[in-house]
Design a protein around this ligand. Structure first.
Ligand SMILES: [Zn+2]
Length: 164
């Protein structure tokens, strides 16, 4: 599984690139980046949920990766977004598109970082197709590289704007 910080950074960076190059700042207000970043971390809510669960029951079950790491949530949020769009509530449609995207990025990242359990919950198909290339050991380096590249991008982008 990727670091918590990676989940937040990657979701925000990718959304910000879309904001820069696809949607434009008007159509993609900055608070959506914050929502996307939080959604990028949200599936790991099962970690504190496990603590609570252990606190209130004598169970030792680890909830991490049991159900929140499922495409089920990605498609649920996408469905909610489409409903809002259908009813012309574009603001909330965008919010749920971004939540769905952030959630999806979390699943992709965890998969790229190795271990995966339940892509298809509540169905019981095996999710053992994730690559096992051991980049988990470089998690901190990857965070640093992404962050530096993004900072450079931001700087270059601002400078280009200055010329126009
Ligand atoms: Zn996770």
């Amino acid at each position: 599984m990727a670091n918590s910080v990676t989940h937040v950074i990657v979701a925000i960076v990718i959304l910000d690139l879309f904001r820069h190059y696809v949607f434009g700042k008007k159509r993609f207000p900055r608070y959506l980046l914050v929502i996307g970043g939080i959604a990028g971390l949200a599936p790991d809510i099962d970690v504190p949920l496990t603590w609570l669960y252990h606190f209130f029951t004598s169970s030792t079950t680890d909830l991490h990766g049991l159900f929140t790491h499922s495409l089920f949530f990605v498609f649920s949020f996408l469905g909610i977004a489409l409903l809002f769009q259908y009813y012309k509530n574009i603001k909330w449609a965008k919010i749920f598109y971004v939540i769905s995207f952030g959630w999806f990025m979390h699943l992709i990242l965890d998969c790229l970082y190795g271990g995966y359990k339940t892509f298809f919950w509540p169905l019981h198909y095996a999710s053992n197709f994730c690559p096992q290339w051991g980049i988990q050991t470089h998690a901190a380096d990857i965070d640093a590289i992404i962050l530096v590249l993004w900072l450079i991008h931001e700087e270059v982008h601002e400078r280009i704007k200055d010329y126009i």
